[in-house]
Design a protein. Structure first.
Length: 347
């Protein structure tokens, strides 16, 4: 079996990030050495929207932050881009502490290196699709011919070619969200923030947008921070997931780790009822490649629920491959059957 791939460089990290609301929160945290107890917060009348958050986001990964309403996930992500000022901690983007960046540096980073998509599409109603997508480039001062050419490329990329001159009111909800995605990509961001971008959509359109999102990521390989409260959406999209509760990060892991090895009862409850076949990938249950002949090939990140019907009727194992189609292991019928039977028995 091939050796483990080298670790990806870290694109964005948070170290001990706090966001408090109350009277003089900076002084309060300093007096408590950035480690207040819950009782200290209550006594001082402080609300801790984010509590001592530490995480690392590797380059090219989809990192999902999730939790129930009020868990602090949106506040944390806004702290990452300094749309909200953290009370304490470090936010390192490509090695630069954003909390020490000058206003000019921060504006330049947001305009040229960050893309953002929010739940509410916030399209400009008086502008066409082309105008909306080109708008961030207009803010940058890019000339009209160049920005409209770039906008046209992004419109095609998200499947809206031919609708360049439509206005937002002439588009469906899913199409409007595609415009928002195209607009955020127009600046060719190094990191892409998405705050519950699909939650306002109908279930069928939401599924289509998830498919579209995965297609785009396969092509663009962006570093993505994605907020959701939907665990099914998270396990479908994420490389890693951070689960938050009451402003604190409870556990960070792959979808498989969160379901199979929950760190707390809260995480276990959060993931309860999720089929293991829906979460586990071929790579997670593969064995060392030993067979001379295979029934077929599957990518390591393919979920078992997508493979069950094919593999269960095969008389030889399947080769498991990486993104470059290099064989990294094999998947047997018995291994898949054990997961599927175990899942059914537990439900």
């Amino acid at each position: 079996m091939a050796s483990e791939p080298p670790k990806k460089p870290i694109k964005l990290s948070c170290r001990g990030v706090w966001k408090l609301f109350g009277n003089d929160p900076h002084r309060f945290l300093a007096e408590k050495n950035n480690a207040p107890e819950d009782s200290d917060l209550v006594h001082a009348g402080m609300i801790a929207a984010v509590r001592d958050a530490t995480l690392e986001i590797p380059e090219g990964e989809i990192f999902i932050v999730m939790g129930l309403s009020g868990s602090g996930k949106s506040t944390l992500v806004r702290c990452m881009s300094r749309l909200i000022e953290p009370t304490a901690g470090e936010v390192l983007f490509e090695g630069l502490d954003l909390l020490k960046a000058s206003p000019k540096e921060l504006i330049d980073i947001r305009r040229h290196k960050m893309g953002m998509v929010f739940q509410h599409f916030a399209l400009l109603p008086h502008m066409t699709v082309l105008g909306n997508v080109a708008f961030p480039l207009e803010v940058q001062g890019v000339d009209r011919k160049t920005r409209e050419a770039r906008a046209g490329e992004m419109i095609d990329l998200v499947g809206l070619g031919g609708r360049e001159h439509y206005y937002p009111r002439e588009l469906s909800g899913g199409q409007q969200q595609r415009v928002g995605i195209a607009r955020s990509l127009a600046v060719e961001p190094d990191i892409w923030f998405l705050d519950e971008p699909f939650s306002a959509l109908d279930p069928l359109i939401r599924r289509e947008m998830q498919d579209e999102f995965l297609r785009l990521q396969k092509m663009l390989k962006k570093t993505i921070v994605f907020i959701t409260h939907d665990f099914d959406e998270a396990i479908r999209l994420a490389d890693h997931i951070a689960i938050m509760k009451d402003g604190a990060i409870i556990q960070i892991g792959t979808p498989e780790q969160l379901v199979m090895k929950p760190a707390t009862d809260y995480v276990a409850e959060f993931t309860r009822g999720i089929s293991r076949a829906k979460v586990l990938t071929a790579k997670a249950v593969m064995e060392a490649a030993q067979a001379v002949e295979f029934s077929g090939r599957v990518q390591g990140n393919t979920r078992l629920e997508e493979l069950g019907g094919v593999i269960l009727h095969a008389d030889k194992p399947f080769a498991v491959t990486d993104e470059d189609d290099v064989v990294i292991g094999q998947l047997s019928r018995d291994a898949v059957l054990e997961i599927l039977v175990g899942t059914q028995g537990a439900s």
